[in-house]
Design a protein around this ligand. Structure first.
Ligand code: NAI
Length: 321
């Protein structure tokens, strides 16, 4: 029908798609006509036979949908650029990039080695960088691109034992926000998702009765929606799990303006005295995240102009001894 979101002849790269969420995305794209690159360095063992995980998904795509797919076994962090080169050589374009590959090295921060910290950043953040960097110029030239960075609730909110993972996952959000701004004029839309789903990564971490509701097929619909050619959503973060789909955004409190003409008012004591106003989210909340544009400097200039117009108030909080 007219409302079908098809991906006919779109070239889609999903990293880490030999299993878990990536595999489910790949199958859904293939079903809707896309050409897929299935990247995964992992192996899968069936009946004591070991296969490249990516090969099995390529085979599944061909058998189930008579689809078009090629495999790649490179690690995203060391050879991410070659993954993009492979689709350019094969199909001459790259339309959709899903930065999905990931690992966990959980440990309380006190016990976490530097290697455990940097390895996780390398795969998630630097791996996403490598592919995105290579894809970017092609997307600009085509005047079309859709990119998803995979964040996590652990990145947005923090989680015990995941200092490395949280740093990487929040890094991916910042990375996406800047790319969204730089890519907008070339029709490159960049968003982040924070999913929760049943997979190898979570099967031993989340209780069974909860896992039951966390099917990965509940994550794919939003990923496909956000990467369709008709979707103009960018610079956004979505949290999704178990059939729930929501958006996350930054907020700035109403805040307190200190009149900048009087040096005396810029004191720690002034901050102490006005703490409740500085942190007041009840009134006049401003979304910090405009759809596709940066927070303009004029935004701050307006605040300063407003501040300068204020009469100096005695209760503003100058040093009180
Ligand atoms: P998964 O472990 O089933 O899949 C990840 C895949 O990435 C594996 O097949 C693995 O072999 C591959 N991979 C790992 N390192 C790689 C590398 N250097 N190069 C290429 N491939 C590599 O895990 P899942 O759950 O499907 O995770 C997908 C993404 O979603 C990850 O980025 C993860 O951090 C994120 N995520 C998952 C959540 C969940 O609840 N499952 C929660 C929040 C985020």
């Amino acid at each position: 029908t007219d409302t079908d979101l098809l991906f006919k002849d779109r070239v889609v790269v999903v990293t880490g798609s030999g299993g878990g969420l990536g595999r489910v995305y790949a199958l859904e794209y293939a079903k809707r006509g896309a050409k897929l690159l299935i990247n995964d360095l992992g192996k899968t063992t069936i009946n004591r036979q070991t296969y490249n995980a990516a090969d099995l998904v390529v085979k599944e795509i061909k058998e189930k949908f008579n689809g078009i797919a090629i495999a790649n076994y490179d690690s995203v962090d060391t050879r991410g650029d070659r993954i993009i080169e492979q689709v350019i050589n094969e199909w001459g374009r790259i339309d959709v990039l899903i930065n999905n590959a990931g690992i966990l090295r959980d440990k309380a921060f006190n016990n976490m080695t530097e290697k455990e910290f940097t390895n996780v950043l390398d795969v998630h953040l630097n791996g996403s960088y490598k592919l995105t960097k290579k894809a970017w110029s092609y997307m600009k030239e085509q005047n079309f691109g859709r990119i998803i960075n995979t964040s996590s609730p652990a990145g947005l909110f923090g989680n015990f034992g995941q200092a490395n993972y949280s740093a990487a996952k929040m890094g991916l959000v910042g990375f996406a926000e800047t790319l969204a701004k730089e890519g907008y004029k070339n029709n490159i839309m960049v968003n982040s998702i924070a999913p929760l789903a049943r997979s190898k990564m979570t099967e031993n971490v989340i209780p069974k009765h909860i896992l039951k509701n966390l099917g990965p097929e509940k994550i794919a619909p939003l990923v496909l929606y956000l990467t369709h050619e008709t979707t103009k959503v960018t610079n956004s973060i979505f949290e999704l799990a178990a059939g729930f789909y929501g958006q996350i955004r930054w907020e700035r409190s109403a805040g307190q303006i200190f009149n900048p003409t009087d040096e005396n008012y810029f004191t720690p004591e002034a901050i102490l005295n006005k703490w409740d106003d500085i942190t007041d989210f009840k009134t006049d909340i401003k979304p910090f995240n405009k759809k596709s544009h940066p927070v303009e400097l004029s935004d701050y200039n307006a605040l300063i102009t407003k501040a300068k117009a204020l009469p100096i108030q005695n209760d503003q909080g100058s040093l009180k001894i």
